[in-house]
Design a protein around this ligand. Structure first.
Ligand SMILES: Nc1ncnc2c1ncn2[C@@H]1O[C@H](COP(=O)(O)OP(=O)(O)OP(=O)(O)O)[C@@H](O)[C@H]1O
Length: 231
C-alpha cells in the first residue's frame, strides 16, 4: 500500500503541493483529478522520486521512501507512465520495451506475454521505430514499458490525453484488467471525467496544490467533482 502523508513540494520558492495526502491500495484504482496546473503531476513526481518533498512523508509497503532516489523506487516496484509518454522515437518498439529492464532482476528480463495480450498492436510493430507509432500506440507502448518492470504500484499521468476514443477504450480495459489481477495498486491522474469515474475505486480531487475532495468511487458525486474540473 502507498501512503502519501501531508507532503509539501516546492519548485524554488513556489509551493506546488500543500499538505497532500493520498492512499493507494493493491487491487484498486485511485484516481487523482483536477484542472491543469493544480499539482497532479507534482504529486506523481514526488511518489516516483523525480522531485524531492519539503515535508511530510511517502510510505510504500510500510517503508518510508521519502528520500529514496527514483531508481531505488523503481526497484521497489514503482513504475510511472509519464504525461506525454516519453518513448524513445529512434528506438524500435522492442528496444523501448527493453528499457524497462533496468530495475528488474536478470532472470526477469523478458517481456511478459500478457503485455501483447493487452496491446496486440505492439506485437505486430516490434521492429517499427517508436516515433512512427500513432499517439495512441505510443501510449500503449509507454504503459507496456512500465509493465515490463513488473510494478506493484503503477502510476499513470493522463493516459487518455490526445488519444482517439477506440484506443482510450483499450487502455481503460487494460487498466481494469490489471486492477483485477490484484497484484498492483494503480494511481491514475485524469482530467477526462467519465474515464476516471468508470475506473475509480477511490478518488481525490486537487485544487491549487491541495486535496479538496476524496472518497470511494461508489460515493463520487459528479456535480461536486466537475466543479473542480471546469475552468
Ligand atoms: N519544473 C517546474 N518548475 C517550476 N514550476 C513548476 C514545475 N513543474 C510544475 N510547476 C508548477 O507547479 C504547479 C503544479 O504543476 P503540475 O504540473 O503538478 O500540475 P498538474 O495538475 O499536473 O497540471 P497538468 O495537468 O497541466 O500537468 C503549476 O503551477 C506549475 O506551473
Amino acid at each position: 500500500m502507498l501512503q502519501v502523508e501531508k507532503i509539501d513540494l516546492h519548485y524554488g520558492a513556489a509551493q506546488a503541493l500543500k499538505g497532500v495526502s493520498l492512499n493507494a491500495e493493491i487491487g484498486k484504482v485511485t484516481c487523482l483529478m483536477g484542472r491543469n496546473g493544480v499539482g497532479k503531476t507534482s504529486t506523481l513526481r514526488a511518489v516516483a522520486g523525480q522531485h524531492g518533498i519539503s515535508s511530510g512523508k511517502i510510505v510504500w509497503d510500510g517503508t518510508d521512501i521519502s528520500t529514496l532516489p527514483a531508481h531505488a523506487r523503481a526497484k521497489s516496484g514503482i513504475a510511472i507512465v509519464p504525461q506525454g509518454r516519453e518513448i524513445f522515437p529512434l528506438l524500435s518498439v522492442k528496444e523501448n520495451l527493453e528499457t524497462g529492464y533496468a530495475p528488474v532482476k536478470r532472470q526477469d528480463r523478458n517481456i511478459p506475454e500478457t503485455i501483447y495480450e493487452l496491446f496486440p498492436v505492439l506485437k505486430d510493430m516490434l521492429n517499427r521505430r517508436g516515433g512512427d507509432l500513432s499517439g495512441g500506440q505510443q501510449q500503449q507502448l509507454a504503459i507496456a514499458r512500465a509493465l515490463v518492470t513488473r510494478p506493484r504500484l503503477l502510476v499513470l499521468d493522463e493516459p487518455t490525453e490526445g488519444i482517439q476514443p477506440s484506443i482510450i477504450k483499450d487502455i481503460g480495459r487494460a487498466i481494469s484488467w490489471l486492477r483485477d489481477q490484484g497484484t498492483m495498486a494503480i494511481v491514475l491522474v485524469e482530467q477526462y471525467f467519465e474515464f476516471a469515474r468508470d475506473l475509480a475505486d477511490d478518488y481525490s480531487v486537487m485544487d491549487r496544490g491541495e486535496i479538496v475532495l476524496s472518497g470511494s468511487g461508489a460515493d463520487l458525486c459528479e456535480a461536486e467533482v466537475r466543479r473542480f474540473l471546469t475552468v
